[in-house]
Design a protein around this ligand. Structure first.
Ligand code: F6P
Length: 335
């Protein structure tokens, strides 16, 4: 008989070890896990349920929404608004703050999420996922406004993501390391299968969308050029390249075998300093990677130190194995 530790049991054990995890946070995380199970099921059955394809609408970023983007968003909102743990939510798919309806009590946490990251991959049956970040509601606030959400990543209480791949995996940090749980569909529970996930300090695998090369800034041009020169170049080793176009899958790979993932600042559209969103993509992923011993940066400053100015703002992302990210940061010095 295996001694399986469920997510619920793990959170309760962490609760006794660390006073930072209270009853409400435990309840919130379990409820987020329920949403992830529901979304996993929908992704799994999407073809059978005829919910693949475009919704014909755009999100606040002007990106075309998939039917499953909207459905996953609704799952999260409906599963979480009544719980009493939250005072408000921010979703990639909704322009304004999502308020808690009047009939429900307000809680001490704020939840920010991307309900279905990598959704360009849905129709081609490649991994997608849900990313989330938890912040404290500032003292005395019951109806949070934008300014109450605009806390730097260092203020995150907890962050996680669920990847809907060959297996459904939930990866979580509550500020004491990173742990990975596999969804056991037979019993409907997340089971701790990857305790204390760590990112190797060194790597020879990079992930970047090479089609943007002509728009990159000089430090990133130099870094990638040197990787491509391999053994014969200044890095004196060969590099491998991966690009899944799904951040959850890339970060999961880095947590498993190391690597560096970059969506850097570029000149493609000067009004956008990067592609990825700070509050519900870059911040939670940076918190997780740093808790696993990796590093994250915009190239110019730590992502977790960025002072947010807008709930949907974009940010350049360079994230992964410590020594490689440090190398890219060193190329940005003085740029
Ligand atoms: O919107 C976020 C995202 O889908 C990430 O998951 C992924 O890393 C990136 O965008 C893919 O971007 P592109 O389509 O430029 O490859």
């Amino acid at each position: 008989m295996h001694n399986h530790i469920s997510l619920n049991q793990f959170i309760s054990q962490e609760n006794t070890k660390h006073s930072s995890i209270d009853y409400d946070l435990a309840g919130l995380l379990n409820q987020v896990a329920i949403s992830c199970k529901r979304i996993s099921n929908l992704v799994n059955r999407s073809g059978l349920m005829h919910i693949l394809g475009a919704a014909g609408t755009e999100n606040v970023q002007g990106e075309g929404q998939k039917k499953l983007d909207i459905i996953s968003n609704n799952v999260m909102v409906k599963d979480l608004e009544w719980t009493g743990y939250l005072s408000g939510m921010v979703s990639e798919e909704v322009e304004e703050i999502i308020s808690i309806p009047n009939q429900y009590s307000k809680g001490k946490y704020l939840l920010l999420f991307d309900p279905l990251d990598g959704s360009s991959n849905i129709d081609i049956n490649v991994s997608v996922g849900t990313i989330f970040s938890v912040l404290h509601t500032p003292n005395g606030v019951t109806h949070p406004k934008d300014e109450h959400f605009l806390q730097p990543g260092t203020q995150q209480v907890c962050a996680g993501f669920c990847v809907y791949g060959p297996t459904t995996m939930l990866v979580l940090t509550i500020g004491h390391g990173v742990n990975g749980f596999t969804l056991d569909r037979d019993i409907g529970d997340f089971i701790l299968t990857h305790p204390n996930m760590t990112v190797p300090e060194d790597t020879s695998e990079f992930a970047i969308n090479m089609s943007n090369q002509r728009f990159w800034e000089a430090p990133v041009q130099r870094y990638i050029q040197e990787c491509l020169q391999g053994k014969e170049g200044p890095r004196s080793k060969n590099f491998n390249m991966r690009w899944v176009a799904s951040m959850v899958a890339e970060v999961y790979r880095i947590l498993t075998r190391g690597g560096i993932f970059m969506y850097p600042r570029d000149q493609k559209d000067p009004s956008k300093p990067g592609r990825l969103r700070l509050m519900y993509e870059a911040n939670p992923m940076s918190f997780i990677i740093e808790q696993a011993g990796g590093l994250s940066s915009t190239g110019y400053e730590p992502i977790l130190a960025v002072k947010p100015t807008h709930i949907h703002q974009r940010v350049p992302v360079i994230i992964g194995s410590k020594n490689e990210v440090s190398q890219v940061i060193s190329y940005h010095k003085g740029n």
